[in-house]
Design a protein around this ligand. Structure first.
Ligand code: NAG
Length: 497
């Protein structure tokens, strides 16, 4: 009788803290044993995988994913559903995603928003999943719902300092932060100064500058740096943890670093687009620049080394995709929906804003590391792509770790280092529902060979490819963040409010 469900032998196991040659045994969806390489060779199991010296890591946790959101502002509708987005995730080594349950300004309750998002995801996911609340109307009754959110396993929310339909004023941000603190909810913030960039956009349009590339012109680094600094100030006043999402600018990273040095519970995220894309991608001929429009915009190649450094040196806590998919050619809901006879290259302010990247997140970064090992260490890679997002959002150690008896058996198994000839990323090889990838033609030399979700092989690159089933992915209830919290010092007594 088989005593284990799955054995993974001869892997080079990498976690956020250790690297070593171990065999892994899995039973009842959990990691059961980690044992020295060779010691499980004779053990009985229903299935055995020989990793042949390839890296074995905790499955990726992608904590910034937009799926199946209604258009909250402007044109465009996300092309990926929960089914196609999580399918794409699993083929790129990500086993847990945190998407958004988006509230529009006239939604009176977060609980109904949460419920309708559950309905979209339920029985449709290939990965395990949870939701961040996307909060755009912090009315008193909405703030009163925070304790109920916690009971329902939701411990994070996101707010915006830009986009008319979502932007909160500073006093509203303070209301949210105070209530979030009282309920141990982690706040994520999109830090761009909405007023500056609307002003810049109007100035550009007055001069007849509408092309995609002016999206980058309208949002210089200062727009991000100012808002980042203001967000830090607001979170310091309330003394509560905050994560700045998708940081693209070295100058914003510097403010974050200074705040961290002062001991503030400040966390930050960056994304592959700020390591691999540049604003020159927005100048591609015809309308192709629109494929690279996201906010903040990709910066210059001179900024990339600084973003890598900020990952290495702890300034950035997590690396997420900010997968926000729109078709390119779709003239109804995609990027091309803004092209008209009057504006053949559209108006950049109306171009659906976001790019896909859920499947390429891990392979792009690991391939870059294999070509230049100084970029990031293997343990750091696991930390920022799996362990830290799990800790920050209350999923650890069930996710993001390989603790026997405790962690879910979520694994990504790569090829042995330096064994594959590099090849170009092609959209036709990806599994999202998007008609392009912004990374088309970029060279990679690593890809997940197998992905395992709760003990079940869901992706085998050399076999049938996608072998997971839609609906195997489950909702995961989340608790409080296990990264450092408030400092509990300050001039005023926040508890009095
Ligand atoms: C770490 O990164 C931050 C942000 O880019 C930078 O300001 C700082 O100088 C770096 N620190 C070290 C010690 O390299």
């Amino acid at each position: 009788m088989a005593s284990f469900d799955l054995l993974i032998l001869n892997g080079l196991v990498v976690t956020a803290s250790d690297i070593g040659h171990y065999d892994i045994a899995i039973k009842d969806e959990k990691i059961a044993l980690l044992a020295p390489k060779g010691s499980l060779a004779e053990t009985q199991a229903k299935k055995v995988i020989d990793a042949e010296g390839g890296y074995v890591m905790p499955g990726g946790v992608d904590a910034h994913v937009h799926l199946e959101e209604p258009p909250l502002f402007g044109k465009g509708r996300s092309s990926d559903t929960y089914e196609t987005g999580t399918r794409s995730a699993i083929c790129g080594g990500t086993t847990t995603v945190i998407t958004f349950a988006p509230q529009s300004k006239n939604d009176p309750s977060l609980l109904s928003v949460l419920e309708s998002t559950h309905q979209k995801a339920q029985n449709n996911c290939y990965t395990d999943y949870s939701f961040h609340i996307l909060l755009s109307n912090p009315s008193p009754s909405v703030l009163n719902e925070f304790p109920t959110l916690r009971q329902k396993g939701i411990s994070s929310l996101k707010i915006y300092m830009t986009y008319e339909a979502l932007q909160l004023r500073d006093n509203e941000i303070l209301d949210v932060l105070l209530t979030a603190r009282q309920n141990s909810i982690t706040t994520m913030i999109h830090a761009e100064n909405g007023d500056i960039l609307s002003w810049m956009t109007n100035k550009l349009e007055e001069k007849g500058l509408f092309e995609p590339k002016y999206h980058a012109t309208s949002r210089p680094q200062l727009v991000e740096t100012e808002a980042t600094n203001r967000a830090i100030t607001l979170s310091e006043l309330i003394d509560t943890p905050m994560l700045i999402v998708h940081v693209s600018s070295p100058s914003a990273a510097e403010h974050i670093r200074n705040a961290q040095t002062r001991g503030l519970p400040l966390y930050a995220e960056t994304c592959p687009q700020y390591l691999f894309l540049t604003r020159s991608h927005l100048s591609l001929p015809s309308f192709h620049g629109a494929k690279h429009i996201c906010s903040p915009p990709p910066r210059t190649s001179a900024d990339h080394p600084q973003i890598w450094l900020s990952l290495r040196n702890h300034t950035f806590t997590i690396l997420s995709s900010d997968h926000c998919p729109f078709h390119y050619f779709d003239t109804e809901n995609g990027k091309s929906s803004v092209r008209t006879p009057e504006y053949p290259l559209g108006r950049f302010k109306y171009i659906p804003n976001g790019i896909p990247g859920i499947e390429t997140r891990l392979p792009l970064v690991l391939s870059a590391m294999e070509k230049d090992s100084k970029k990031l260490s293997l343990t750091k890679f696991v930390e920022v792509t799996s362990t830290n997002p799990a800790k920050l959002y209350g999923l650890y150690p069930r996710k993001g770790a390989l603790l026997p008896g405790i962690s879910d058996a979520d694994l990504v198994i790569w090829y042995p280092p330096n064994t594959l000839e590099e090849w170009p990323i092609r959209n036709e090889d990806l599994h999202h529902n998007v008609d392009y990838t912004p990374y088309e033609g970029m060279m990679v030399c690593q890809w997940p060979r197998w992905t395992v979700l709760r003990g079940k092989v869901v992706w085998e690159r050399e076999g049938e490819g996608l072998v997971g089933e839609k609906g195997w992915g489950r909702f995961v209830e989340r608790g409080e963040s296990t990264l450092g919290g408030r400092r509990g010092v300050g001039e005023w007594d926040v508890e009095a409010f």
